[in-house]
Design a protein around this ligand. Structure first.
Ligand code: GRF
Length: 207
């Protein structure tokens, strides 16, 4: 059984996609140990509660400095001891010591086709604003392992989404979620849970 902890900050629609996929049997062999949010008001925590999943709030704002948060967050994760940490719209930078302790065991969903529209400052609606500003015709989403860099770890899966005339950042964000994120992230978890992925030389292969 793959034990996962899901980290969230906001709406939690990706978390919901994971919960629904587990309940529908589209993700097998997987159990959500806990959901961690940096934001006590996150709708994601409500979603966890509705499904009997333990919700934990841990915010950098409640610590005197970043280093004490980083240590407390890493200690909490070590205590929960998941096989995989899933970042599903988590807006807090993962502490370096946690990346190290959970090497190739943290995955993230990003709402663009990496390496486009990613890196520092590219989160939330900004990603879609920038894609529309640049006039690209195709965007999408990426699931990747997390390393010390920002959106730089080995890519697990990507899915393209067409941009349509008249798109606003909000419309595009919703389409990328519906057509890519809510499909890709559950699939990646199911692939990991069922031993279908292998990392060699910083690349992910299906086996
Ligand atoms: C998603 O677009 C995800 O790709 C990004 O943050 C958003 C989170 O949405 N990292 P939700 O909280 O899952 O609804």
């Amino acid at each position: 059984m793959l034990k996962i902890v899901v980290c969230v900050s906001g709406g939690g629609t990706n978390l919901q996609a994971i919960i629904d996929a587990i309940e529908a049997g589209r993700i097998t062999n997987t159990e959500i140990l806990a959901v961690i949010s940096n934001n006590a008001g996150a709708k994601a925590l409500e979603r966890a509660k509705n499904h009997g999943i333990c919700g934990i709030c841990m915010s950098p704002k409640s610590y005197p400095d970043r280093e004490s948060f980083n240590q407390a967050f890493t200690d909490k994760m070590t205590e929960l001891a998941p096989d995989i940490v899933v970042l599903a719209g988590f807006l807090v930078r993962i502490p370096p010591q946690m990346v190290h302790a959970f090497s190739n065991r943290i995955i993230n969903i990003h709402p663009s086709l990496i390496p486009s529209f990613c890196g520092v400052g590219y989160y939330g609606l900004t990603v879609h604003e920038k894609a529309l500003e640049r006039g690209v015709k195709v965007t999408g989403a990426t699931v990747h392992f997390v390393n010390e860099g920002m959106d730089e770890g080995p890519i697990i899966a990507q899915k393209a989404v067409m941009i349509e005339q008249g798109d606003t950042p909000e419309i595009l964000q919703r389409r990328v979620m519906e057509q890519a994120e809510w499909i890709l992230l559950p699939q990646a978890i199911d692939d990991i849970a069922n031993g279908r992925l292998e990392i060699r030389d910083n690349h992910v292969y299906r086996c």
